[in-house]
Design a protein around this ligand. Structure first.
Ligand SMILES: Cc1ncc(COP(=O)(O)O)c(C=O)c1O
Length: 399
């Protein structure tokens, strides 16, 4: 066996978590959210840019949450150069918020890449939306704009662009269709496309702070946008909005409880400060793996003028006839102590939730999924020596 030690997980104490958490604990305000609007005008309050919302004292505008939540939002918005960041309790909730904020509803179709985590599609289902599954590009593993174009109908109301593995999807090609776009940035905080950070480019972006992500507070999410109408509706959906609107155009908004606590926000602020450092460590590990892996492992293609923020190294494994097949390789590497993953257990259009309604097929992506080998352990503190174990194990099993 090449390696006996497990790789380190991604949930790491970085620096200021304890200090900020203790501050929240001592404040005895662990989630300052309340569902009432008080003296505020709902539109004025919910269209307030995050930089300004951060200036309210705790409990001055409890519809927008506690002070740590609003500080986290201001930090995210400033980094991305957008007016709004709306924190919530998961990216799954954030995707529902973004879909609802775009006014997607029953009968509407949204183009979703068939290769992603379930939530990229399922988060829209409670809105009554029907996901229409699109092939992914065999190079980038992100939504294929050509297949997307062929699936547009009069009912198509939006596109879900997932930056899979931290690799930016081709947003320019998607934008040419003139449809609203949600960027699913769950796996890609800090990635850039044509010089701008993902989550700041399309109508709305959604980030995840769940435990296996680059920065985490256990569970959490952030919706980003420049559009006041999206921010307004996202903030209403997050926090029982139906109770505070008089305006008929907003009255059909069903508010949930998607609030992030200040305890989580404190953790997220501490982690946010480490985003660049963590992305750099991931990039160094990916670089080392890419340089050392045999040519049979094709890494994801990066669009021109894009910079990935690696969530994991996803490769397409194309063995020569003398080499083990993908399904043979994965257990061989496991036996060497290297927990690679052989793609998704099934693609989104193959889930019973969707097959029972209407079978959809994405044969090219199904074939690609049978070729995938993922290297998920690229996070710090795993380093070059850990990646050398991976390379040694690959060399051994291919020898
Ligand atoms: C692409 C993608 N979208 C959405 C999600 C959902 O994120 P969360 O777990 O924060 O709800 C995840 C991962 O967890 C993801 O990888």
């Amino acid at each position: 066996m090449t390696r006996n030690e497990p790789f380190a997980g991604a949930c790491l104490l970085g620096g200021r978590e304890r200090e900020l958490l203790l501050e929240v604990l001592a404040s005895q305000s662990w989630s300052a959210f309340r569902a009432g609007i008080g003296e505020h005008d709902v539109r004025t309050l919910c269209e307030l840019p995050s930089a300004e919302a951060a200036n309210f004292a705790d409990r001055e505008a409890p519809f927008l949450g506690g002070i740590f939540v609003r500080r986290l939002e201001a930090l995210f918005a400033a980094r991305l150069g957008v007016r709004y960041a709306v924190a919530c309790n998961s990216a799954t909730s954030g995707l529902t918020m973004a879909g609802g904020a775009l006014d997607l509803g029953p009968g509407d179709e949204v183009l979703v890449p068939c290769m992603s985590f379930h939530a990229s599609a399922t988060a829209l289902v409670p809105l009554g939306v029907r996901p229409v599954f699109v092939e992914v590009d065999p190079g980038t593993f992100c939504i294929d704009p050509i297949d997307a174009a062929s699936k547009i109908t009069p009912r198509t109301k939006a596109i879900m662009a997932v930056h899979l593995g931290g690799v930016p999807a081709d947003l320019d090609a998607l934008a040419s269709f003139g449809l609203p776009i949600i960027e699913d940035c769950a796996q890609a905080p800090g990635a850039t496309y044509r010089g701008r950070e993902v989550g700041s480019i399309a109508n709305a972006g959604v980030f995840s702070l769940t435990e296996n992500k680059t920065i985490t507070c256990g569970e959490g999410g952030i919706v980003t946008t420049n559009d006041p109408a999206i921010a307004l509706r996202a903030r209403l959906i997050r926090n029982h909005g139906e109770g505070v609107v008089d305006d008929a155009s907003l009255a059909h908004i069903v508010g949930m409880n998607f609030r992030l606590t200040d305890l989580q926000a404190a953790l997220a602020i501490a982690q946010f400060e480490l985003l660049d450092e963590r992305n750099a460590a991931r990039a160094a590990n990916v670089e080392h793996l890419r340089n050392g892996l045999p040519r049979a492992f094709l890494p994801q293609r990066i669009e021109a003028d894009a910079t990935p923020a690696w969530f994991m190294l996803m490769t397409r494994y194309l063995p020569s006839p003398s080499m083990p097949s993908r399904d043979e390789l994965v257990p061989l590497l496991h036996a060497e102590g290297i927990p690679v993953v052989g793609g998704y257990s099934r693609l989104l259009h193959q889930h019973p939730l969707f097959t029972r309604e209407r079978p959809q097929s994405c044969p090219r992506s199904e074939q690609l999924n049978r070729e995938l080998v993922w290297f998920p352990f690229i996070n710090a503190p795993n380093d070059r020596a850990d990646m050398d174990d991976v390379l040694a194990a690959v060399e051994k099993v291919l020898r």
